[in-house]
Design a protein around this ligand. Structure first.
Ligand SMILES: [Zn+2]
Ligand SMILES: [Zn+2]
Length: 102
């Protein structure tokens, strides 16, 4: 199950479970849209993969207890800011390769 991490791992801005700004990679590394677009160039600094919008877990119990009330968002903050220059070099190398071959 997705952990729904509470903040952007780069700038630490809050990303509550209903945030439309949260982006995740396949490993659930979590960043805000502004960092993904402006600093990360859609390259995850931890794994080199890309990002997609994080889905919103229902706040209501529509079906079978699959909702935030039973499975709340994570609380463990992982604030590990990237160095923009170091990341730019890392991202440029990856982005020079076609997405399906990365
Ligand atoms: Zn951010
Ligand atoms: Zn990642």
């Amino acid at each position: 199950m997705l952990e729904l991490r509470p903040t952007c791992e780069n700038c630490n801005t809050p990303l509550p479970p209903d945030s439309l700004e949260a982006r995740i990679c396949t490993y659930e590394c979590t960043y805000c849209a502004s960092c993904v677009d402006g600093v990360l160039d859609n390259v995850c600094p931890n794994c080199g993969g890309g990002f997609v919008p994080r889905p919103i877990r229902p706040s209501r119990n529509w079906k079978n207890d699959n909702y935030l009330g039973k499975d709340p968002a994570g609380t463990k903050v992982r604030h590990r800011p990237v160095d923009p220059a170091t990341h730019a070099t890392f991202a440029a190398g990856i982005r020079s390769i076609p997405p399906e071959k990365r």
